[in-house]
Ligand binder design. Structure first.
Ligand code: MG
Length: 367
């Protein structure tokens, strides 16, 4: 297994709890399964996965332990237990090789792995994301997304007062009466602020709010504190989606479903440890009557396309957060194998992750 570091400049800084980052760093791994090459991407992100150094160390341990024989099965290595981005890369590469050997798109391989037999979708609906801004600017940005063909827009909220966010939502609804509107608070409210926002957002037909309260896996009366609190916020007329809560604690997807804490779960293959795990989590959510939404972690083109295949393996998937390629200034592939048009992303129909668009090693040097 070869490990190739990369660094991709972001078109604009990405805010994390540990400050803004200006590039996405990671590794492309390349391995061979029964003579067929597969590639996979690890793009670790602070707060969501292991660190870059821990990711590299985990990949090196896999490469050393597999010096004689390449990994041919989906990794279950102890060394990857706390390294979801590293596992994402290795699992993606094994699945890419298998899909290439079968001459089928990765989505087909993922459907077969999940064992439900449904045909993968040819395209997946995606949402546009609109950041913070005043009411006028926010409404204009949403109108622009509608003009580009998006049927669902996610608004970032929580950077200003609840009253100011309510004004923004009202301005958007006034200008775009038919758009499916979601909001993402990134855990910035307390219970009182969340209740106030949700009650007002319900009047403007907001479909769901992502992560109203902070992630907090502290146990409380037999369940996690954040899951218990989010469960209490359900039923106020706006759905509750969990995102950051799924990056902390052991088995967070199962815990969220057990606690009936959400109407929707935001599933990030990179944070969950691979596309196979994201598809399994999506099926578990659907079986519990919870809406799965697959999203990237602002990854390179390989991991974005991998996430698109994962979404395509989920029946009737609702709008996903996969339209993130424009956040990067350069990329891992010469052409995006999963382009976005009219609010949908096309699922690559060639073999493997990226069909005939192969990973370009020359583009993965550190910049
Ligand atoms: Mg979110």
């Amino acid at each position: 297994m070869d490990i190739h570091p990369f660094a991709l400049a972001l078109a604009r800084p990405l805010g994390t709890a540990r400050g803004d980052i200006t590039e996405r760093e990671g590794f492309v791994v390349r391995l061979s399964v029964d003579g067929t090459t597969g590639v996979g991407e690890a793009a670790p992100l602070p707060d969501w996965t292991e660190s870059l150094a821990a990711c590299e160390a985990a990949l090196e341990r896999v490469a050393e332990s597999e010096a004689e024989t390449e990994p041919t099965a989906l990794p279950t290595h102890e060394t990857l237990a706390d390294a979801p981005a590293a596992r994402h890369a290795v699992a993606s590469a094994v699945l890419d090789a298998r899909a290439h050997a079968a001459g089928e798109p990765l989505a087909r391989t993922l459907v077969d792995e999940a064992g439900n037999g449904a045909a993968p979708c040819a395209s997946v609906p995606v949402n546009a994301t609109v950041g913070d801004g005043g009411p006028e600017a926010t409404a204009a940005a949403v109108a622009s997304a509608v003009a580009d063909g998006f049927g669902t827009v996610k608004l970032k909220v929580g950077a200003r007062s609840v009253a100011a966010d309510i004004e923004r939502i009202a301005a958007v609804r006034d200008r775009c009466p038919d758009i499916t509107l979601r909001a993402d608070a990134n855990g910035s409210w307390d219970l009182r602020a969340a209740e106030r926002a949700l009650e007002a957002f319900a009047d403007h037909g907001v479909a769901y709010v992502e992560q109203p309260l902070p992630a907090d896996p502290t146990p409380e009366s037999g369940t996690r504190r954040d899951l218990r609190a989010h469960a209490e916020l359900r039923g106020l007329g706006v759905g509750i989606a969990l995102d950051e809560s799924l990056a902390v604690g052991g088995e967070p997807v199962a815990a969220a479903l057990d606690a009936a804490a959400a109407d929707a779960l935001v599933l990030k293959p990179m944070a969950l440890g691979g596309p196979d795990r994201a598809v399994a989590a999506a099926h578990a959510a659907r079986n519990a009557g919870v809406q799965p939404v697959l999203t990237t972690t602002i990854d390179g083109a390989l991991a974005r396309a991998t996430a698109v295949h994962a979404a395509a393996a989920v029946p009737d998937v609702s709008a996903c957060g996969l339209a993130t390629g424009d956040r990067l200034e350069c990329d891992l592939l010469d052409a995006d194998p999963a382009p976005v048009a009219d609010g949908r992303v096309r699922v690559p129909d060639g073999p493997g992750v990226a069909g005939a668009t192969r990973w370009h090693q020359g583009r993965t040097d550190r910049v």
